[in-house]
Design a protein around this ligand. Structure first.
Ligand code: ATP
Ligand code: MG
Ligand code: MG
Ligand code: MG
Length: 470
């Protein structure tokens, strides 16, 4: 069986043997793009090379890049626990050509790796190309000998990649593995393509054009290649598993959870085990890269992920901090590939333990309130916005946590009621404060409050918040 760690190495050495320079993963917090929350693809650290702003360090490169998709343009947070193939943290394996080789070689390398090195059967594979990209379709036919019905032409933006409103762009081609008729779902381009039968394992981007201001496209003088393969998805295929969470790495994490939570990863509890395993990785890697839980920006994404996992820990019976006890296993499994996990282990454990202790002070009572408020509400109904706001403001439930809990019961939240309650509370707080007439300290006060967040604020003010719940 090919382990996750072996697979990563096989990919990187395959491309080294094809003249690519191996690059270590960049940190999750991008240093070249303030508009991007987290690095979400292997090409992100090379953006300036693709635009021409930076000179390439080599004509070809290969990497295994840490990615987080839990906010912004790519947000897979709500998929976790519901699909077999999505994580909030995953590793993207890639090979890159900086104006060196183009479509022919990219397709050639991909086909060789997948069918020769990995030994996948041709009749389990199909590919998509952008509808207008006759060139790519012809290369696939020549290189792979795939029949026309296995080279699917997709007319949508799913198969046309662009970096932004201007700059490099071009068609892409996705390679899918067919997990067989036992799994529901249709081929790409079909109405039920979102099922888990045909899983996208690799995405090849052909950077061919330069998008101009005003909409026209000119040919890039030196077209480039950017590819991304999902390590966890490929590992599942090679291990004969359908679900990413059944691969060796996740099974080790889940076994550690069984130990810590004294529960079995089966039946109704299985989803909780999977969500915790996913969110543990995301939290640990974000903390290792310097993010700390807070109430704004990146820190709030981290806090939301941690608290979602901790709610699942509560379902499994945790009433004391537990998640931090899983860090050791994660570091054992992934620390060789990512030494920052070893370096930051104490910081990761401390942050998780502290956050869970803090959230556990209000979690149980928040859940009880939620139960009470939804009693008698049927499927399809909405939780009043005011209740969702109270959960947020007094009990530290991020809105998306409440939504996630309710989603399992076919219910939603009255979002406009929530927004109104939030606006009302801000207004009341401002009015109460402005009585002092001290404008400068008011500004400071609101900045502090926005940073520390509502729960802490209420605690500080001595009302119903966390501060009174010790
Ligand atoms: P999907 O359509 O399945 O959501 P995608 O087209 O959004 O995938 P890309 O942006 O093309 O994904 O990323 C390149 C590769 O990274 C994909 O082919 C897939 O193997 C992997 N990948 C993407 N998103 C995730 C995720 N959330 N968890 C695990 N692997 C992922
Ligand atoms: Mg996606
Ligand atoms: Mg896709
Ligand atoms: Mg894709």
């Amino acid at each position: 069986m090919t382990s996750v760690n072996e697979l990563r190495e096989t990919f990187l050495s395959f491309f080294e043997s094809k003249g690519h320079t191996r690059k270590a993963s960049a940190p999750l917090v991008p240093d070249n793009d303030p508009t991007l929350l987290f690095v979400n693809a292997g090409m992100v650290p090379f953006k300036n090379i693709f635009t021409g702003a930076e000179t390439p360090f080599a004509p070809r490169a290969t990497s295994s890049q840490k990615c987080v998709r839990a906010g912004g343009k790519h947000n897979d947070l709500d998929n976790v626990g519901y699909t077999a193939r999505h994580h909030t943290f995953f590793e993207m394996l890639g090979n890159f050509s900086f104006g060196d080789y183009f479509k022919d070689d990219a397709i050639d390398f991909a086909w060789e790796l997948v069918t020769k090195e990995f030994g996948l059967a041709k009749d389990r594979l199909l590919v998509t190309v952008y509808a207008e990209d006759d060139e790519a379709a012809a290369i696939w036919k020549k290189v792979a000998g795939l029949s026309d019905d296995r080279i699917i032409r997709i007319p949508t933006s799913d198969n046309f990649w662009s970096m932004g409103d201007t700059g490099p762009c071009g068609p892409c081609s996705e390679i899918f593995f067919d997990h067989g008729p036992g799994v529901p779902g249709g081929p790409p381009g079909s109405p039920d393509e979102d099922g888990d039968r045909f899983i996208e394992i690799w995405n090849l981007v052909f950077m061919q054009f330069d998008q101009q201001q005003g909409g026209s496209r000119v040919d890039l003088p030196k077209p480039s290649i950017d590819t991304g393969m999902g390590l966890e998805r490929m590992a599942a295929v090679l291990q004969g598993k359908h679900n990413n969470y059944e691969t060796d790495l996740f099974m080790k994490l889940i076994a550690a959870e069984e130990d810590v939570y004294k529960a079995k990863a089966a039946g109704d509890h299985l989803a909780s085990f999977r969500v915790i395993a996913d969110h543990l990785r995301t939290s640990a890697f974000l903390i290792a890269d310097g993010v700390t839980p807070s109430n704004e920006g990146r820190g709030y994404v981290l806090r939301r992920i941690m608290r979602r996992a901790m709610r699942h820990g509560h379902i499994l019976g945790a009433r004391e901090p537990a998640m931090y006890k899983l860090v050791q296993t994660l570091a054992d499994e992934m620390g060789d590939a990512y030494p920052e996990l070893h370096r930051a282990q104490p910081a990761i454990e401390a942050a998780l333990e502290q956050e869970e202790a803090r959230f556990q002070r209000t979690l149980g009572r928040g859940l009880a309130l939620l139960e009470e408020a939804t009693e008698g509400l049927g499927e399809g109904s909405e939780l009043p916005g005011e209740t969702a706001f109270k959960l947020y403001d007094t009990f530290g439930f991020p809105l998306d946590l409440t939504q996630d809990i309710l989603r399992g019961r076919g219910m939603g939240v009255d979002q406009s009621g929530f927004d109104a309650a939030m606006a009302e509370q801000k207004k009341a707080a401002r009015e109460a404060w402005s009585g002092s007439g001290d404008k400068a300290s008011e500004a400071v006060w609101f900045r502090v409050r926005d940073k520390t967040g509502p729960t802490e604020f209420l605690g500080y003010a001595g009302t119903e918040g966390q501060g009174t719940l010790k």
